[in-house]
Design a binder for this molecule. Structure first.
Ligand code: COA
Length: 318
């Protein structure tokens, strides 16, 4: 048995902050941000929350899959920016959407969160424990962003994406996740309530160059690794759905793999880096726009804080 994605959905906040607005807040410019990152705008929460966006994305995904909330057996919510520490976001989503029969827990794997949820769901399905699983990535990174730090505040945005996985027949693929905690200092966040000292604002802190170099090296490597593990050729992949952090990172990955960059769809220009939500938002958009079609083979790849990185292959079944 393998888990097939049979429905997707996404939700982003209404408020849009473009680069011009940001350049009135910190010393930067639309030109600099576009050139270095490809980002043009990001959506930022006002009344929305991590849970409200997750619930909307989940409801869309369930409708797309044609299943009721009661049929969901497990909800996995990947997030680093939940409304509260307890209860977990997955339990709050359960309450919002009425998925009374689901077990729920959250996954903290930063920008690899959705991939980690996907791999966890596949493992539960392969073990025969659950057949219908809702996986969500949802973030309100604007709450963890230092809006005076131009090195980070230009990058991040808020939003949520969701997918329904159902057990079915067909080719099963093994995904890969790696972590290197010894490099964790490159991207940290102690949290607004957990400041460790006077110097610590509790916001996200990042060594941009180090993260950039890590991503352009590890992402092509893990893509090759997951292809080899599954006896799959690079040419067999129709689309590479890569974590939407930076256009230059994605272009570099495509170049290193000697693959046409048009096989690497991007929406970071519209949403910025939404961490665990970026892959499922992109999947839902590609489905909605009719780009992803039944029979397409996709490869998802993520990287981020931890440092962690990984990749997984899926045959698109809807
Ligand atoms: N606007 C204008 N200038 C800026 C700036 C901004 N927002 N941020 C940095 N600069 C300046 C720096 O101060 C530096 O100036 P200097 O040369 O006078 O010292 C110059 O631009 C170059 O800085 P650098 O940090 O080398 O830029 P960069 O090309 O590495 O781009 C990032 C910075 C953050 C865009 C880039 O490193 C990056 O995207 N890294 C990956 C981050 C990421 O994806 N994180 C999430 C992973 S999940």
């Amino acid at each position: 048995m393998t888990g097939r994605i049979c429905g997707t959905g996404f939700c982003v906040p209404e408020h849009v902050m473009d680069n011009e607005e940001l350049s009135r807040m910190v010393e930067t410019s639309d030109e600099w941000i576009r050139e270095r990152t490809g980002i043009e705008k990001r959506h930022i929460i006002t009344d929305e929350t991590t849970v409200s966006m997750a619930a909307k994305a989940a409801e869309q995904a369930l409708e797309d899959a044609g299943i009721s909330a009661e049929q969901v057996e497990l909800i996995l919510t990947a997030t680093i920016s939940s409304n509260v520490i307890l209860p977990c976001a997955a339990c709050e989503v359960q309450k919002e959407i009425g998925a009374a029969n689901a077990a729920c827990f959250d996954i903290n794997a930063a920008c690899c969160g959705f991939l980690t949820a996907y791999q966890t769901a596949q493992a539960y399905i392969a073990a025969g424990i659950y057949q219908t699983i809702l996986i969500i990535g949802s973030e309100s990174l604007s709450k963890l962003t230092d809006w005076t730090d131009r090195g980070t505040c230009i990058l991040f945005g808020d939003g949520a994406g969701a997918a329904v996985l159902k057990a079915g027949e067909g080719e099963s693929f093994r995904s890969i996740l790696h972590s290197d905690g010894s490099r964790g200092e490159a991207l940290t966040c102690s949290g607004r309530h957990w400041k460790s000292g006077e110097e610590d604002t509790g916001f996200m802190k990042m060594d941009g160059r180090e993260v950039f170099q890590f991503a352009v090296k590890q992402v092509p490597e893990v893509i090759r690794e997951v292809l080899e593990l599954n006896h799959c050729k690079l040419e067999e992949i129709d689309y590479f759905v890569v974590h939407q952090a930076n256009r230059r990172i994605i272009e570099s990955v495509a170049k290193r793999l000697r693959t046409d960059v048009r096989k690497f769809p991007m929406n970071l220009q519209e949403y910025g880096n939404t961490s665990s939500a970026s892959i499922p938002i992109l999947l839902a958009e590609l489905r909605r726009n009719g780009v992803l079609k039944k029979g397409h083979r996709i490869l998802m790849a993520g990287f981020g804080a931890g440092l962690s990185w990984g990749a997984g292959i899926a045959d698109w079944g809807i």
